[in-house]
Design a binder for this molecule. Structure first.
Ligand code: FAD
Length: 334
């Protein structure tokens, strides 16, 4: 991710990206293409697509990535997990995604299936995301397409030009610690190992307070982590969604947001609370020097575009105007 200096009337451009998951039905698939078109029109740096545990979504993830690449021209980022795979299987998977034109990856170890302990042989050949990062580089380096061209003045002679493209390899970072990590220093050590393996970007697990991200960045920089670390922002638009993501991520409950969502009786009101919270968080992160914003979109465009609009990352006249922040919300965050 490069910090761009392209200026809009409001100042330097704030890079942003989105995360989607593969659809689970035909109807969801049709709806998702519409969502992708709307997200792409906002001009993201990339759109990432999650990967189901143990390859359960390989085909549907690839279909979504192909649509992003072919229909929108936005850079698609493939999440890949390696837990439970042999090195040969993981190499085949990486080659398949590269052959489809994917050049950006989020390399993850993935969670062991329920009931399987860390250390079981089932966990596969690759013990960590850092090993997957190395493997992606290795597989990419082995696929060296080349072109032969005539050499002027030397009839019959051919010059060989290699065309080794660089891949972008992102990794996960955990501002509040990975649930299985023994200490905060282990999380930083893990990030350093991913950097040493060749990762060039990190995306964080969701969090609810800007200082959790900002203090993590400070510790990571002091330890020698150099690549950009994008904050992952999830607008939480209902008490049920909050409950579910706390279960999945292991994050502590944000008491203020939780209470606000519970006392608000209407869905629209809850949605506005979630957007307002995410806008406030995004603004603090940008002010604190975050290199961009990565938004968990839950396969819907309205909410995340409203957040970007609210924090000034996209203009208020963006084409999703149907669901913009209310004037009161915008004023509250100025
Ligand atoms: P690793 O970084 O390899 O770490 C796993 C554990 O081992 C941690 O406790 C870590 O501290 C420890 N560890 C790793 N390396 C070392 C080392 N060198 N020394 C000591 N300890 C070490 N899951 C999916 O199944 N599909 C997805 O699409 C997906 N997308 C995600 C997107 C984001 C932005 C994030 C933050 C997470 C995502 N996950 C996804 C969840 C992820 O798979 C889990 O968090 C998983 O438990 C860890 O993956 P990891 O890549 O962080 O593993």
């Amino acid at each position: 991710m490069t910090e761009t200096t392209t200026t809009r009337t409001r100042g330097p451009r704030i890079p942003f990206s989105f995360e989607l998951y593969p659809p689970k039905s035909e109807a969801a698939s049709t709806a998702l293409t519409h969502t992708i078109d709307r997200l792409a029109a906002a001009g993201p740096d990339f759109i990432s697509v999650t990967y189901g545990a143990n390859g359960s979504s390989r085909t549907s993830s690839l279909d979504v990535l192909r649509y992003i690449l072919d229909a929108t021209g936005v850079d698609p980022m493939a999440h890949l997990t390696c837990v439970g795979s042999s090195a040969a299987e993981a190499s085949r998977l990486i080659r398949e995604f590269l052959d489809a034109g994917v050049r950006s990856f989020l390399a993850l170890r993935g969670d062991p299936p329920q009931g399987i302990d860390e250390g079981e042989t089932f966990l596969g050949d690759l013990g960590s995301a850092a090993e997957l990062v190395q493997l992606i580089h290795r597989v990419q380096a082995e696929r060296v397409p080349y072109r032969e061209t005539a050499i002027p003045g030397l009839p019959g002679a051919r010059a060989v030009k290699t065309d080794r493209e660089k891949v972008r390899i992102a990794v996960a970072a955990f501002p509040n610690g990975h649930p299985r990590s023994r200490s905060t220093s282990q999380d930083i050590d893990t990030l350093l190992a991913k950097q040493a393996a060749g990762a060039n970007l990190a995306i964080t697990q969701l969090f609810f307070h800007a200082d959790h991200y900002l203090s993590f960045i400070q510790r990571a920089r002091e330890a020698g982590v150099e690549f950009p670390i994008l904050p992952g922002i999830m607008p939480v638009t209902s008490p049920n969604r909050l409950r579910r993501i706390l279960e999945l991520s292991g994050e502590d409950e944000p008491a203020d947001l939780s209470i606000q969502l519970q006392v608000e009786p209407t869905e629209q009101g809850q949605r506005e609370i979630g957007i307002t919270h995410a806008v406030g968080l995004a603004r603090e992160l940008i002010a604190g020097g975050a290199p961009g914003l990565h938004l968990y979109a839950f396969n819907q465009h309205e909410t995340v575009l409203a957040v970007l609009e609210g924090c000034g990352a996209i203009p208020a006249s963006a084409p999703h105007a149907a669901t913009q922040l209310t004037a009161a919300q915008r004023t509250a965050h100025r």
